[in-house]
Design a protein. Structure first.
Lengths: 116, 113
């Protein structure tokens, strides 16, 4: 079946503008994660959705960052008033309900955000 | 969350066995050890997971000593296509906490011809 998809694949924006990044998880995956990866760095956890539970927002770096998820499907990550330091690849991952197969996270290809 | 330490980079040659060791001194009882692989311009993908002793699959082996304070990912007979970043993660996969698995900086493996 289809994997995790993300759009757009690339986004170039001007400092101060708002951006919305989209993630379509694998159908049936109740858990969804957003990560940020700066050039040459590891992954930085941002936010986690699990079913109807309150999302774990502990990784969001500032109040300019927010995310929503519609039921157990699409999620959008919104960055308001973008700054140059927001430039990074934003990765989305989804996971099966419960512990799943080894609790494996399936990643999308990412959205490369460049803030000029 | 257990902190992990792994080498920043490693070089190898085609056909060699590569062993990447990860330290996780404060691993908890419920924590599992998971390794992911990330190619350039792609998201990470799961390689292998273990709790103790040895785990082997079609891609790699994972060796975990009795004290579980470290683990070693072993890639047999690497090829150029194994050039990637390898992440060691330690966390409790039995709960649903979002930040249960934290990706560190990873190890950049460069396989040379």
């Amino acid at each position: 079946g289809a994997g995790v998809s993300q759009s757009p694949s690339n986004k170039v924006t001007e400092k101060g503008k708002d951006v919305e990044l989209r993630c379509d998880p694998i159908s049936g995956h109740t858990a969804l994660y957003w990560y940020r990866q700066r050039l040459g760095q590891g992954l930085e956890f941002l936010i986690y959705f699990q079913g109807n539970s309150a999302p774990d927002k502990s990784g969001l770096p500032s109040d300019r960052f927010s995310a929503e998820r519609t039921g157990e499907s699409v999620s959008t990550l919104t960055i308001q008033r973008t700054q140059q330091e927001d430039s990074a690849v934003y990765l989305c991952a989804s996971r099966e309900p419960g512990t799943g197969r080894n609790n494996e996270q399936f990643f999308g290809p990412g959205t490369r955000l460049t803030v000029l | 969350l257990a902190k992990t330490t792994q080498p920043i980079s490693m070089d190898s040659y085609e056909g060699q066995e590569v062993n990447i060791t990860c330290s996780h001194n404060n691993i908890a009882t419920n924590d599992y050890i998971t390794w992911y692989q990330q190619f350039p311009s792609q998201g990470p993908r799961f390689i292998i997971q273990g709790y103790k002793t040895k785990v082997t699959n079609e891609v790699a082996s994972l060796f975990i000593p009795a004290d579980r304070k470290s683990s070693t990912l072993s890639l047999p007979r690497v090829s150029l296509s194994d050039t990637a970043v390898y992440y060691c993660l330690v966390g409790d996969t039995t709960n649903n906490a979002g930040n249960m698995l934290t990706f560190g900086g990873g190890t950049r493996l460069m396989v040379k011809p």
